[in-house]
Design a protein around this ligand. Structure first.
Ligand code: SF4
Ligand code: SF4
Ligand code: SF4
Ligand code: FES
Length: 1010
């Protein structure tokens, strides 16, 4: 594995120690610390194994990997190599034991490979049976007396095919840590069960797909794959198509032949079948289009069909992990709602147009408006769902072609305060470390982050660290979200008061001599100012304002003091306030105070929201900054760009998103070009934003769907989603990854980089980009921070973490671990902050606080995820969470319809009664695309005083009951309402303790199903 240390940006290979072991009397060199299957494979030797998966570790359930070690028969997957180890691999005893193991596996698995959707060259069961040259069925195959489970919209479980390896259980219990699956070893015929043996859809399963991804056979399969992978697989017994019985008959016929021929000829046919599939199947690596975790995986496709998403262990951010959206949420790709032709508004109605006409119209109108009112009468909003290359082009279009700095992106809606806080204290506006640091910390301080729903794969790492390694979690959140439910300490401060308790805890730590004064004295500026600023933040003051008890404050402080390594994690619960940047700064100050910003397992981690919200800012889509966060006012840097682009650039102050809306209302901004951003419904105070759009003289929207924002446009340009383009995304840990074209653009849609290029040329530029790699090369030639980024280094699952200045280097896993912070003097800084009252507070008329945020299943307003039927099947409508107390007080129940009225607007929404919220606090997911249901009809235009990020979380409403009865918005079996069933994992000891289990090579007793 390539690793980099701090700012050195050098690529160093981990120098793993080479040691010698003996295999069947021969000296073999292996890497120390490896498990035997991996060590032998690397040495070119084959040790069969089935339940072992490198991402899960040894499970020891399948008994196919026996070896003799130092004369004892042991399961090889449980052996870690060490110097002098003596392994008997091909000994008679070991071979007999392995053979007994695989014979038992095959008795639990019906081999019908040629009609099996898993026969694609990578079926572990198939390959192991083939490679072990199993001649035929020794123990008769007997199906299990259970129905196949088709209840989940995305995947099936077929007990007959389940070999009881437990990979799925380990993945669910200890990698995803949703704790739904177990194997019921106590039954006559064991099987995997969901919770306490309910149907999948009635369980706590969150449809993350981990189990499906790691299953070594077709016992767990994606429904999109079933009946579609091979020429004959519609005949599979698992088929959804109704040919199942026909298929079963065909299989039985083949099985009859198999009794005389053995597996040989049958396998020969299935190998040919698998090879034939290869000619049609395409496997393409891509990066997820949803949140900022940056999961990468392969997409398996045939033509325009997405057959399945297959994560790979080598994916740097996620390994084999995904969430429901990354694994299954791709219905938008081939949706009939996709825009496939440019649209031009003619006499109030849209008509389809050709690209040339659309470009000509935009060029003419942009030119006219710039001529009449100057370049600053136009503004540009880039998309955080687009690539780095597209971000670079968008800011180049604004600056070099139009001549304005009116360019921004949606980090303004959530991330800008976090970036500001890191700029203030440590220098770089990005996560100080990597996901690995979050896994390694002793304590996570999670503030205003619903991590399990908003950044689900990072949450899996946190939950795993807590479950397996005793990591402690303090969660500050108004709601009992999953992280809060699992936390060691969950605090619920009054809305908008996080800054107070953070400062109070800092004061306590400082006053009681627990600050890291050595670190502060050597590496931090502005200490006295900070110390003085904390004077008023006593525990008494904090308890009074936050509603927390002094015991809770004490417990927070004690935990931080006791932990050697602490990471601060925060998200929109912190940033979307009028004092968002200051609250984030208070958290950063606390981390600096305790010396938790530079070492492994420490640091500040704002959870980036969109897939490329980090990269869109990194590559210059900000009104005052060029790529790499260089200021447009820096004469030296600006001249480099002027020279490269052949234009003079303006240093006039540009507008951010928020300012753009008000400037439209003022009449000074006449034209707007928005890419991939449904501003009309996701910006706060949506009615104010929509009325601004109505005032624009010329409005261009580029998107993949006809969004609410498109309704106000003069021209709508059909773009391509991530899977129809090439380029790079940057995840929350500054990790740049390549995505490859999975499908060609649908219809007449085009990748955004191509549209921006063609539009620039229509406006008189002479851009000649034929591939995004050329755009990246230009950008990195100008941007010091990214100067070492190369497409070659990013090939496949490769990645680089900025800053990366040496060509092809890995970059920096941690930004500051040599104690050099990103300021001129190299020191970090305290930045004193004070508390201000939140806006839009509750009063007699608007008496309820309405919190809001993401849902696991949907992404934001739902433009993408509403196109996946399985997701809509799970959650189909907006809803508001009401506490049981408030429900009783107001006479509402699940399904009641209420009108929520704020000081700006009103919406109608169904009630979900839940103790996730308490008292007079409500919670509403941001899912909703119509004015009648969208949260932002209610939110205000108040914004963070430092960054203009809207104060989405400062919102008071009143609730009017329209109808006491109705259909509950969440189905009764929704996973949120089902208790999880934690276990230590697959619990193989329960298998070994069974009366009918005999340790191989002993044969199993007659009648045993194991
Ligand atoms: S899962 Fe399918 S391909 Fe694999 S061994 Fe079983 S029948 Fe064959
Ligand atoms: S939560 Fe559901 S999909 Fe995810 S691993 Fe567990 S059982 Fe499988
Ligand atoms: S369903 Fe689970 S236990 Fe069964 S074969 Fe698949 S991974 Fe193994
Ligand atoms: S691989 Fe070792 S017991 Fe399964």
């Amino acid at each position: 594995m390539a690793q980099t240390s701090g700012n050195q940006e050098t690529q160093m290979d981990d120098v793993a120690e080479r040691i010698e072991i003996t295999v069947d009397g021969r000296a073999v060199e292996v890497e120390t610390g490896q498990l035997l299957p991996d060590a032998l494979e690397a040495a070119g030797l084959y040790l069969p194994h089935l339940c072992y998966h490198p991402s899960l570790g040894p499970l020891q359930t399948c008994d196919t990997c026996f070896v003799e070690v130092d004369g004892n028969l042991v399961r090889g997957c449980g052996v870690t190599v060490k110097p002098g180890l003596e392994v008997g691999l091909d000994t008679d005893t070991a071979e007999r034991a392995r053979r007994e193991g695989i014979d038992r596996v095959v008795s639990n698995h019906d081999l019908y490979c040629s009609v099996c959707d898993n026969n694609n060259g990578n079926c572990d069961v198939h390959n192991t049976v083939r490679d072990m040259q199993v001649p035929g069925q020794r123990y008769e195959f007997r199906g299990k007396p259970y129905e196949k489970d088709y209840s989940n919209p995305f995947y099936i479980y077929d007990p007959d095919q389940c070999i009881l390896c437990g990979r799925c259980v380990e993945a669910c219990q200890n990698l995803q840590v949703n704790e739904t699956l177990s194997i019921d070893w106590d039954r006559d015929r064991p099987r995997v069960i969901w919770d306490d043996d309910v149907a999948i859809e009635d369980s706590s399963c969150v449809s993350c797909g981990h189990c499906v991804t790691v299953c070594p056979c077709n016992a767990l399969m994606e429904k999109t794959a079933i009946g579609r992978m091979g020429p004959m697989t519609a005949l599979s017994p698992q088929s959804l198509s109704g040919y199942r019985e026909l298929g079963r008959a065909a299989i039985d016929l083949v099985k009859t032949a198999e009794h005389t021929t053995g597996f040989g000829p049958i396998f020969a046919v299935s190998e040919v079948d698998a090879a034939m599939r290869e000619t049609e199947l395409k496997r393409t690596k891509t990066v997820c289009t949803y949140c900022g975790v940056g999961c990468s995986f392969e997409m398996w496709t045939r033509g325009r069909e997405l057959l399945k998403v297959q994560p790979q262990p080598e994916a740097p951010a996620n390994g084999v992990s995904t969430c429901i959206k990354g694994k299954f949420g791709w219905g938008h790709i081939n949706s009939e709602h996709r825009l496939t032709k440019p649209l031009i508004r003619d006499n109030g109605a849209f008509r389809e147009a050709e690209w040339d006409e659309a470009y000509a119209l935009i060029a003419r109108r942009f030119g006219e408006i710039r001529g009449e009112s100057g370049p600053d009468s136009l503004a540009f909003i880039a998309s955080s769902k687009c690539t780095n290359e597209e971000a670079y082009l968008m800011q180049k279009l604004a600056r070099a072609v139009i001549g304005t700095n009116n360019i921004d992106n949606c980090s303004r809606y959530c991330q800008a305060p976090a970036t500001e806080s890191l700029w203030r204290t440590v220098g770089f506006g990005a996560d100080t470390g990597s996901i690995a640091d979050l896994e390694a910390a002793e304590l996570l301080l999670i503030v205003g982050s619903n991590t399990a729903e908003s950044h689900p794969v990072i949450a899996t790492r946190m939950k795993r660290a807590a479950k397996l390694h005793g990591q402690k979690h303090i969660v500050a959140d108004l709601r009992v979200n999953e992280m809060a439910e699992r936390a060691d300490l969950h605090i619920r401060p009054e809305p908008g008061t996080d800054l107070i308790w953070l400062n109070a805890v800092a004061k306590y730590i400082l006053d009681n001599g627990h600050a890291d004064m050595d670190f502060i004295n050597d590496h931090v500026d502005c200490f006295e100012d900070y110390r003085d600023s904390l004077a008023k933040f006593t525990f008494e003051f904090a308890a009074e304002r936050t509603g927390l008890s002094q015991d809770e404050l004490q417990a927070i402080a004690d935990n931080i003091i006791a932990a050697k390594t602490v990471c601060g994690v925060w998200a929109m619960g912190v940033t979307q306030h009028t004092m968002g940047a200051d609250t984030a700064t208070a958290l950063c100050n606390l981390l600096v105070l305790t010396g938790n910003v530079e070492r492994f397992g420490t640091g500040g981690y704002p959870m980036r929201g969109h897939n490329n919200v980090q990269g869109t800012s990194d590559f210059g889509c900000m009104p005052d900054r060029l790529p790499g966060y260089d200021f447009i006012t820096d004469d030296g840097i600006r001249r480099q760009y002027e020279q490269a682009w052949g234009v003079d650039l303006t240093t006039r102050k540009g507008l951010n998103n928020h300012e753009m809306v008000n400037t439209i209302h003022d009449g000074d901004l006449r034209s707007l070009y928005v890419i991939g951003e449904d501003m009309g419904i996701v910006d706060s105070d949506a009615l104010h934003v929509q009325s601004a759009f109505e005032k624009l003289d010329f409005f261009v929207v580029q998107d993949i769907f006809f969004t609410r924002t498109c309704e106000f446009a003069d021209v709508v340009l059909p773009a391509s989603p991530s899977v129809e383009k090439e380029g790079t995304f940057t995840n929350t840990e500054r990790r740049i990854q390549r995505l490859y074209e999975v499908f060609p653009p649908l219809g007449d849609s085009r990748p955004d980089w191509r549209i921006i290029t063609e539009l620039a040329n229509a406006l008189g530029a002479d851009w000649r980009y034929d591939h995004p790699s050329e755009i990246m090369a230009e950008s990195t030639s100008l941007c010091d921070l990214m100067s070492g980024v190369t497409y070659e280094r990013l090939a496949g699952f490769g990645s680089q973490q900025w800053p990366v200045r040496e060509k092809g280097a890995s970059g920096a896993e941690r930004l500051y671990n040599d104690s050099t912070f990103h300021f001129k003097d190299g020191n970090a800084r305290f930045h004193p902050v004070d508390w201000t009252e939140p806006t839009d507070q509750v009063d007699a008329e608007y008496d309820l606080h309405l919190n809001n945020g993401r849902l696991l299943e949907h992404f934001h307003e739902g433009n993408l995820t509403d196109e996946t039927p399985g997701i809509v099947f799970k959650i189909s409508q907006a809803f508001v969470e009401v506490s049981p107390d408030l429900a009783a007080e107001r006479g509402v129940q699940p399904g009641s319809i209420v009108r929520l009225v704020s000081r700006r607007g009103a919406i109608k929404v169904a009630v979900e009664v839940t103790d996730r919220v308490s008292g007079h606090q409500l919670y509403m997911p941001m899912h909703g695309r119509a004015n009648s249901e969208a949260i932002n009809v209610l939110t205000s235009f108040e914004a963070d005083k430092d960054t203009d990020t809207p104060a989405y979380k400062e919102l008071a409403v009143r609730m009017e009951v329209l109808s006491a009865d109705g259909t509950p918005p969440l189905k009764a079996n929704n996973q949120r309402n089902q208790p999880r069933h934690p276990t230590s994992g697959v619990e193989v000891g329960r298998k070994w303790d069974r009366d009918d289990y005999r340790r191989p090579p002993k044969p199993r007793p007659t009648g045993s199903g194991l």
